[in-house]
Ligand binder design. Structure first.
Ligand SMILES: Cc1cc2nc3c(=O)[nH]c(=O)nc-3n(C[C@H](O)[C@H](O)[C@H](O)COP(=O)(O)OP(=O)(O)OC[C@H]3O[C@@H](n4cnc5c(N)ncnc54)[C@H](O)[C@@H]3O)c2cc1C
Length: 497
């Protein structure tokens, strides 16, 4: 009797998405249970960007049993404590969005509420001064976690800057060692069953590869989810108008800055991502307001070191597939959608896609209830992140170009408007992980009108002491941390010992 279980999984695409999926599946699905094949085309290549990550990648690596030393060494990684936003609120302003909370939640009240009351009392310390990650980042230090975590560590976390191509290569080795079969070749045709389920893909060489479950990791091409299954794309470019980027690596200069920099430009923004051996740079812009040469000039004139390659142009459109999972095909990575790289969330969405798929792992019939649950949960995350990114553009006070005028005046999604109004009124935030975060709102000049009324039970003197203690604790700890550069060198040496 034919088994109802998935016996053959075919992954089309070997970029970051394809190899993350292959590695996670090889780790979680016993080889006896099913075969995994990944097809990638050297001639087509990968998008080759995507170097800034968020802390969830550490959990992904941990689940795969990858230790920090191996990861840091193989991907030329550096540590990331958050993002420094330059010129977003207004030209000349900057703020830091750290990973983790500011201060600590005390008596169930968010720390920024204490900061608001202190501000109303006349204190003028920036919110950043209460973030261990932000203060360490400015000092070029890396906070080591300890067994007896002091309280300001409570919500401290970190991530990495990585060489995306090296990460995919590392995961490729990992996955192949665990039984994943790699095939090099270009898929030219896709065959379907009578019920539209995908049956097989055929390569230029004529080789035909059949499967029960297909993972579309073919990038912007969306070879299966779009070209074959014709899944509609929800276009969000009216909210996220950037549609192009120019990227170029340059030599690394000076001590390591353990954070990503995002500098607002006249019709977009520019990233700077330091790795061990180079800095990744890019300028995200909208082609409606800037031509390619202007975008290239802006980037090349503000590189922190000598360019190591020619600038490369990339095109994209913000939005997502209406359904990431259709029939027996699940789109993960750029084939499933694209959001501005501003908060470095794409790799996280890949991680989410594969872990959700493993959680809901289907049999050959791909029951609709599981498919619906997958699509519901992925679209919810896309929308949370989308709103969080729109926020950065919309609340800017810049009025120096048509781009910023557009962003300030565009209608925004209702849920985001609600959260913005809520924060502006009382500093309350959505507890969802991509809610309206105090760092970004305050950083861009939205100071809530009221603080939490429960804090009025605290005297001004008590509050002043409480705030001073926080600043002092952070300053004391800073002096004990290594330089971020040294942490990386030691992480590699520690593992090698
Ligand atoms: C400008 C920019 C900046 C970004 N910055 C960040 C960032 O800082 N942080 C972050 O998390 N993400 C970032 N991203 C997103 C990140 O690059 C992607 O999420 C990630 O690289 C995954 O891409 P992918 O694997 O889906 O697609 P790709 O890298 O495009 O891989 C597609 C694969 O499919 C294969 N393929 C395609 N067609 C065929 C075919 N016919 N036959 C066989 N194989 C085929 C290709 O050969 C390739 O192997 C950025 C994206 C852009 C555009």
């Amino acid at each position: 009797m034919q088994s109802a279980n998935i016996e053959n999984i075919v992954i089309v695409g070997g970029g970051t998405a394809g190899w993350m999926v292959a590695a996670a599946m090889a780790n979680r699905l016993p080889q006896k249970f099913c075969r995994i094949t990944l097809i990638e085309s050297d001639a087509i290549g990968t998008v080759g960007v995507g170097e800034s990550t968020i802390p969830h990648i550490r959990q992904f690596n941990e689940t795969l049993g990858i230790d920090e030393k191996t990861f840091v060494e193989k991907t030329h990684a550096t540590v990331k404590l958050g993002i420094k936003f330059n010129d977003w609120a207004a030209i000349g302003d900057s703020y830091f969005h750290p990973f983790g909370e500011h201060g600590e939640i005390t008596q169930g009240i968010d720390f920024h509420q204490y900061w608001l009351k202190a501000r109303a009392m006349g204190e003028n310390h920036d919110l950043e001064e209460y973030s261990l990650a932000a203060m360490a980042a400015f000092a070029g230090k890396f906070p080591l976690s300890t067994q007896n975590k002091p309280t300001v560590f409570a919500d401290y976390t970190y991530s990495y800057h990585i060489d995306a191509t090296a990460y995919a290569a590392f995961l490729s080795e990992y996955a192949q060692q665990r039984g994943v079969k790699r095939i090099e070749g270009k898929v030219v045709t896709v065959e379907q069953h009578a019920n539209d389920f995908i049956k097989s893909v055929t390569l230029e060489s004529g080789e035909c590869i059949s499967g029960d479950l297909f993972i579309d990791c073919s990038g912007f091409r969306g070879l299966l989810i779009d070209k074959t299954l014709k899944t509609p794309f929800l276009d969000w470019s009216h909210w996220l108008p950037t549609d192009s980027a120019v990227a170029v690596p340059c030599e690394r200069t000076g001590a390591l800055k353990p954070y990503t920099q995002a500098t607002a430009r006249v019709s977009g923004w520019q990233w700077q991502i330091p790795l061990q051996h180079r800095i990744g740079n890019g300028h995200v812009f909208t082609s409606h307001f800037l031509d390619d040469q202007q975008a290239i000039d802006i980037l090349m004139n503000s590189l922190p070191g000598k360019a190591l390659a020619d600038p490369r142009i990339l095109r994209f459109k913000a939005g997502r597939r209406q359904y990431s999972w259709q029939k027996n095909c699940v789109a993960i990575g750029l084939s499933s959608g694209f959001l501005e790289p501003l908060e470095s969330t794409s790799i996280y969405l890949i991680q989410l896609g594969v872990s959700k798929l493993l959680e809901l792992f289907p049999d050959k019939s791909c029951h609709q209830a599981e498919v619906d649950e997958y699509n519901r949960s992925i679209s919810q995350q896309y929308e949370l992140i989308r709103n969080f990114i729109i926020l950065h553009f919309h609340v800017s006070q810049r009025n120096d170009s048509p781009f910023w005028e557009h962003c300030r005046n565009m209608p925004i999604p209702d849920e985001l408007q609600h959260l913005l109004t809520l924060f502006a009124e009382s500093g309350r935030t959505d507890i969802g992980q991509f809610g309206v975060w105090p760092a970004v709102c305050v950083g861009q000049g939205i100071i809530p009108k009221h603080h939490d009324a429960r804090l009025d039970a605290m005297s001004n003197q008590q509050l002043a002491q409480f705030m001073a203690n926080h600043r002092q604790k952070i300053q004391q700890m800073l002096s004990t941390f290594p330089d971020a550069d040294d942490y990386i060198k030691e992480a590699i040496a520690r593992g090698a010992a």
